[in-house]
Ligand binder design. Sequence first.
Ligand code: NAI
Length: 336
Amino acid sequence: ALPAKSLASAAANGLRLVSVRNSSSQPKVALLGASGGIGQPLGLLLKQDPLVAHLALYDVVNTPGVAADLSHIDSKAKVTAHTGAAELHAAVKDADVIVIPAGVPRKPGMTRDDLFNTNAGIVRDLVETIAKAAPKALIAIITNPVNSTVPIAAEVLKKNGVYDKRRLFGVTTLDVVRSQAFVAELKGHDATKTVVPVVGGHAGITIIPLLSQTKPSTKFSDEEIAKLTPRIQDAGTEVVNAKAGAGSATLSMALAGARFANALVRGIKGDKNVQCAYVESDAVKGVQYFSTPVELGPNGVEKILGVTSYEQKLIDASVAELNKNIEKGVAFVKGK
Ligand code: NAI
């Protein structure tokens, strides 16, 4: 169950960018895909994060320019540029947190799964080097399809004998950010004080906003839920269509990525906090990876907070039903 205390702490600090005092460590954050639509504004936000001591920017193109530009900002983080595969090792070596938005985004008419062929190889190759150069880093994957790129990363880490399920995350923070924005807009709440957990995965119907757990406690009519839920699930497509071929969400994703990276660094520094993230999880029977609120600490995931027993029942039932439907279809073709 998701205790009220964890939601309260999420409301207080977990889902916002927060600084921690009195820490001596010097966190290094590596950003892979730093020259892209997400990478550049995310680099800007990470450069401003008071907890980041070293920001290593990696991409296959344009990194020196982005790094020169960011390095002129009068904030604490030291900025280094790393371009091309030969410089990846140095970019990720000794990193505490590695954030990955490298890869192609959607164009109108595409699903996240359509990106699989290109992005699967990019993530596999990046993680292959991370496994050797930074096996203890916390890895936050933004590259879509997140539902599949996280298992890809896990398999590469396992192959290298360094997989630790507490240290690998699919970034679903944007689903939380969007839910909070939409709920606040609809209900006239202060968006900065609205907390909506989102569980499941990061594509279409696998995105499950837990509107019933909104803080401050909020009542929704059936009609409002029926409108809000698909809007949250399809919010990425709303942006893809509005950008009309120029890419997918970059600015809101940069904010979400910076918030999540900040939460990981705070956890490393001992400031435990709660975030929703897509991780290897036993929260829900029959699915190996699932996003729920998780408590972050010095080693990444400290505790999987799961969902309430009521929601767990709904999800369990849907997973069981889904698996039955899938098996039935497979058996039909295989003639069993
Ligand atoms: P973009 O095309 O603007 O930028 C991608 C960057 O990755 C480019 O600078 C490119 O040079 C770089 N890149 C390509 N191959 C690389 C490699 N092997 N190593 C390092 N860098 C490499 O794309 P954008 O808009 O920044 O999106 C990036 C990814 O984030 C996409 O897969 C997109 O679907 C995903 N995304 C995820 C969201 C989430 O909520 N998790 C939300 C929005 C986008």
